[in-house]
Design a protein around this ligand. Structure first.
Ligand SMILES: NC(=O)c1ccc[n+]([C@@H]2O[C@H](COP(=O)([O-])OP(=O)(O)OC[C@H]3O[C@@H](n4cnc5c(N)ncnc54)[C@H](OP(=O)(O)O)[C@@H]3O)[C@@H](O)[C@H]2O)c1
Length: 199
């Protein structure tokens, strides 16, 4: 598949490495251009290119991996998603240091807000509830296989992302739609940051 990434930080690069290892092509995008971390995984034949946010957003599947306070700015650059899949990996923190501060989203889940900012995108919430250092350790642990959650209101893209997760070796667990499932896996919900294994 052709996969785009809006954001090229820790989360995007970790997912990009898995995508490349599984034969997918990846278009990364950020604000500041090439970094050493990007250079380390790119090169002729790697399947990875650095493009604009619009180029990344044109791919079949697009990951959104920017800080919460940048979600609006990043998504404002795309007028219409034309039904493409947008995987929301973000977590709604308004501050990271010195302490984590969660945004007050009222009754909405974070991914419902992302969906409102991404007209006609089919939003799937995934990869947000695992510490990225654990994701990078890999799926297999003593005692079992790590779980990644998926939530979304569209069955087909959610199934596609679940299958992608399984090609990475993890177990995908479907939590339902963005309203309920999204809240279960976002910070403040009972599944956020937990390291579940299937025996
Ligand atoms: N770290 C974790 O363990 C973890 C796990 C799961 C989910 N998350 C969530 O995933 C998201 C990304 O986290 P991260 O750790 O990867 O952050 P990060 O390492 O700080 O990377 C953020 C990336 O977003 C890019 N960016 C920022 N504003 C942008 C904009 N307006 N348009 C395009 N790109 C923009 C940055 O590019 P520039 O450098 O060019 O600004 C950078 O490449 C966050 O919402 C976080 O809460 C984090």
């Amino acid at each position: 598949m052709k996969i785009g990434m809006i954001g090229a930080g820790a989360v995007a690069l970790a997912i990009a490495k898995q995508c490349l290892a599984n034969g997918h092509e990846v278009v990364l995008s950020n604000r500041s251009g090439r970094t050493k971390a990007i250079d380390d995984i790119s090169g002729p034949g790697s399947g990875l290119t650095l493009g604009s946010i619009q180029e990344a957003a044109r791919q079949e599947i697009v990951f959104l991996s920017v800080p919460w306070l940048q979600v609006g700015a990043a998504l404002s650059q795309i007028d219409d998603w034309e039904g493409r899949t947008l995987v929301d990996t973000t977590n709604p923190f308004t501050q990271i240091e010195p302490t984590l501060v969660l945004a007050d989203l009222g009754e909405e889940s974070a991914s419902e807000i992302v969906a409102q900012l991404a007209p006609s995108a089919k939003v799937v919430k995934a990869f947000n509830s695992i510490y990225i250092s654990r994701f990078e350790e890999g799926a297999k642990r003593p005692g079992g296989t790590r779980v990644l959650f998926v939530s979304g209101d569209h069955a087909e893209p959610k199934d596609t992302i679940a299958k992608l997760i399984e090609t990475f070796g993890f177990v995908a667990v479907d939590l339902g739609g963005l309203k309920v499932g999204g809240r279960l896996q976002q910070p403040g919900g009972p599944l956020a940051g937990r390291d579940f294994l299937v025996a």
